[in-house]
Design a protein around this ligand. Structure first.
Ligand code: ZN
Ligand code: ZN
Length: 508
């Protein structure tokens, strides 16, 4: 027993660690991608080391390499090939099979008449065990990962698996698709139904698809029928197995995903080219059926678990389940206010923008404003005019998609009418653009200045004062009509407000 291995012997501390891992199972499906790409692999195949295969190992592994696989786990029946021997394999042209783009992982299919169980990444041959639970223990004890193969082929039902593994703590895998023709022909519950039966008891098994290849002959038991895509940080054994243990992979017969992930409130599946995405919950219930290649499922709370099956012209894909009871508590949203200005003479029109508000585990869906002068409003961006001088505390309350609030305030100071809030040492060159002779061509030959260029001012402080005054002078009020000039001034005020913001004066 080698305790330096990544998944060493199940010492008490390790069992506690695994139990802790399993208690927080759904955290495994963390939002976002860990790695740069999805690595394609197969965790179940046979060569001439198995009694029911005569395929040379070099031929089979060359096929996987030539067909775009990143890694393969060799799992001969009760037979084992060492990592060193796998690494030394050469193709028909004498080139090394294992290289920076292709990885082979040693394993074994622990085979009895009752069940077939893969030990993935074993250090040596392991004798088959009499029960599923004993085999799992043996595989974990040797630092490997257990995968229960083709349950329907062995006439196993959910309850047979549950009886064995419900009390066990540790990462485990279940074949939910196996393209071996005899497995496919078996009647009775499908592997996917069996998976739902196990998951419905709260026992997590990650679902894998495999080809169980024995030959390269089409119509027999060829490679390529089922595989997994793993979101690993890099194409090396430790990273790939670590991602698999955390459920950062999906099973496939051809459909490919850009990503699947979840937050506290949503389970997202992004599958370019897919025709349908079905969300499935406890006892295999269809929760939602979405036509198209992107779907976002909102947790209700009573589903037990949520997983997805994707259909595309290339085949199916199955994402890993999330247990709804174990979702982390909601995090409150963060409110953030920016204002076009925070100080100026009455009447002062201010554009407030709550667009920088956010929610780490969902989204902001409602913005409510209390302007402190008796006025209230709703919306991400809102315009409010303060009529009377005074100091007002504007409060923004945002609500996330779970209805939880977040707040921020911003003080606005409204000065007496006509007061320049920040006299400029050099008077504004008022009316300068209009002061130019009409129709006089620009030196560079431009016939007309653009509207935005009609307010040039290298001094931002000067600009603020100018635009504020202009905006207020043209603000629509009783007996006044708002026109394009008013809108343009507001737009400019908003833009300049952002420059105030950048200098830290317009925001708390
Ligand atoms: Zn088998
Ligand atoms: Zn097999």
């Amino acid at each position: 027993m080698d305790k330096t291995r990544r998944r060493g012997a199940p010492a008490p501390s390790r069992i506690a660690a695994i139990a802790a891992l399993c208690a927080g199972l759904t955290l495994a499906l963390a939002p976002g991608r860990a790695g740069a790409e999805w690595f394609k692999g197969n965790t179940h195949c046979h060569t001439s080391a198995s009694p029911d295969s005569s395929t040379p190992i070099e031929s089979l592994m060359s096929w996987y390499k030539d067909n775009g696989y990143d890694f393969v786990v060799l799992t001969d029946h009760n037979a084992y090939t060492t990592q060193a021997a796998l690494n030394a394999l050469r193709d028909a042209r004498g080139r090394a099979l294992v290289d920076a783009d292709f990885l082979l992982i040693p394993g074994e299919e622990l085979t009895t008449s009752q069940h077939h169980i893969n030990g993935i990444d074993l250090p040596a041959r392991v004798a088959p065990a009499s029960s599923i639970s004993a085999a799992f223990e043996l595989i974990w004890a040797n630092g490997g990962l257990p995968q229960l193969n083709h349950p329907e082929y062995n006439f196993l039902q959910s309850r047979d698996i549950i009886e064995e593994v419900s009390e066990m703590s540790g990462p485990m895998f279940l074949e939910i698709f196996n393209s071996h023709p005899i497995v496919i022909e078996r009647s009775g519950p499908s592997s996917e139904d069996i998976w739902d039966g196990v998951l419905s008891t709260g026992r997590l098994m990650w679902g894998v698809a495999v080809d169980d290849a024995h030959t390269l002959v089409q119509g027999d038991r060829p490679p390529g029928g089922g595989f997994i895509f793993v979101d690993a940080a890099s194409r090396d054994k430790a990273a790939i197995l670590d991602a698999m243990e955390r459920g950062r992979f999906y099973a496939s017969t051809g459909a490919q995903l850009a990503d699947f992930s979840h937050t506290r409130s949503l389970y997202d599946v992004d599958a370019p080219g897919a025709t349908e995405i079905v969300f499935i919950g406890g006892n295999g219930a269809v929760l939602e059926r979405v036509r198209g290649d992107f779907a976002s499922y909102r947790f209700r709370g009573d589903e037990r678990y949520v997983r997805a099956r994707v259909s595309s012209p290339e085949g199916f894909a199955w994402t890993q389940p999330v247990f709804v009871d174990a979702l982390p508590p909601n995090e409150a949203p963060t409110a953030s206010i920016s204002a076009s200005t925070a100080r100026g003479p009455a009447p002062l029109a201010v554009e407030f923008d709550g667009g920088a508000s956010g929610d780490v585990d969902g989204q902001v869906v409602t913005w409510r404003w209390d302007f402190g002068d008796g006025g209230v409003g709703r919306g991400e961006v809102i315009l409010h005019q303060f009529e009377a001088p005074g100091r007002y505390t504007v409060e923004l309350t945002v609500f996330d998609d779970q209805g939880e609030p977040g707040r921020e305030t911003l003080d606005v100071e409204v000065l007496a009418e006509g007061v320049d809030p920040e006299p400029s040492p050099t008077p504004e060159p008022e009316g300068q653009p209009e002061g130019q002779p009409e129709g006089q061509p620009e030196p560079d030959g431009q016939p007309e200045a653009q509207p935005d260029e009609a307010e040039p001012n290298p001094d931002p402080r000067g600009s603020v004062g100018q635009v504020r005054n202009e905006g207020c002078a043209q603000a629509p009020g009783p007996g006044r009509s708002g026109g394009p000039g008013w809108l343009a001034a507001l737009l400019i005020a908003a833009l300049i407000g952002r420059s105030i913001d950048a200098r830290g004066r317009g925001r708390v």
